[in-house]
Design a protein around this ligand. Structure first.
Ligand SMILES: O=C(O)C1=N[C@H](C(=O)O)C[C@H](O)C1
Length: 304
């Protein structure tokens, strides 16, 4: 039997709550972190795209990681930290700093964005990070953000490098490459779903878990969806998956995480829906539409 990977289940990439004047709001972040873990998440992701990591200062990033690490320690859960840069040398430096802090179980690292180094260059990039970063890596395969597609063979090759423990699969499709990856993933290598709307079918096809921003709301239901598919309960999983796909579609009607922040604010869970430029706050219409699906009491009913 193939060993289960270490990273299975739901990892919630938390938003970074701000005040109306765009200051980091630490207490609401600590509350969100605790609530997500109490609701059944296997762990957290700090400094993902959803955290607006690109707009946080170094000091703010340290604060966010500390808050998330404290929550993870309290719940005995692993923390994954996003490290994104297209410069291999500075990525190594960031990973080593993260490793020295002893807060994170792994780093989530995208293929180098914007440069388009090709698959061989990407492989060389990750080989260097795995050899010198000092911390387990989860490859973030998100070509619509990086502009660097990866074939299933390249991802499987990455998975055979010591220190690369999984992939967040967010290619925008479940296609022949996805199926080949699921079929050829090395033992113990986690394939984690990263496209919210097609989460359920990817789990049905064999993904081990997920990193999905939608799980900032209705965390328990996303965790349940993963458990249902992993235990082979297809009928309830399909029903719940279809419902959560509608929620996810509504949450992604505008750039992530603007609608999610709007909904969390409407629910009174964060002090402000504010996002930092170049993001703009989501429209009232998108937020109120998503808020209908975000209310778990709406389950199995169609909001108007
Ligand atoms: O921050 C993340 O991790 C995620 N970001 C994706 C994005 O914004 O493109 C979406 C995914 O749900 C998780």
């Amino acid at each position: 039997m193939t060993p289960d990977p270490f990273f299975t289940g739901l990892y919630v990439p938390l938003v970074t709550p701000f005040t109306d004047d765009l200051q980091l709001a630490p207490e609401p972040l600590a509350r969100l972190a605790d609530e997500a873990l109490a609701a059944g998440a296997s762990g957290l992701v700090a400094l993902g795209t959803t955290a607006e990591a690109a707009t946080l200062t170094s000091a703010e990033k340290r604060t966010v990681v500390r808050i998330c690490a404290d929550a993870c320690r309290a719940h005995g859960a692993p923390l994954i930290v996003g490290v994104g840069t297209n410069d291999t040398a500075s990525a190594v430096a960031s990973l080593r700093e993260l490793a020295a802090g002893d807060d994170a179980a792994a780093a989530l690292v995208p293929a180098p964005p914007y440069i388009r180094p090709g698959e061989a260059g990407t492989l060389a990039h990750f080989t260097t990070l795995a050899e010198h970063g000092g911390i387990p890596l989860i490859v973030y395969d998100v070509p619509y953000r990086t502009a660097q597609p990866l074939g299933a063979g390249t991802v499987a090759e990455l998975g055979r490098l010591p220190g690369i423990v999984g992939v967040k699969h967010a290619t925008g499709a479940i296609d022949s490459t996805t199926m080949e990856l699921l079929g050829c993933a090395p033992p113990g290598f986690a394939v984690l779903a990263g496209d919210d709307v097609v989460l359920s079918p990817l789990l049905a096809a064999g993904a081990h878990g997920a990193i999905v921003a939608s799980a900032n709301v209705r965390t328990a239901d996303y965790a349940e969806l993963i458990s249902l598919w992993r235990q082979g309960s297809g009928t309830p999983a399909r029903r719940l998956g279809a419902e959560l796909a509608r929620l996810s579609a509504a949450l992604f009607a505008e750039p992530n995480p603007t609608v999610i922040k709007g909904v969390l604010h409407a629910q009174g869970r964060i002090p402000s829906p504010a996002v930092r430029l170049p993001l703009l706050a989501a429209s009232t219409r998108s937020v109120s539409q998503a808020a209908l699906w975000a209310d778990s009491r709406a389950r199995h009913a169609s909001p108007a």
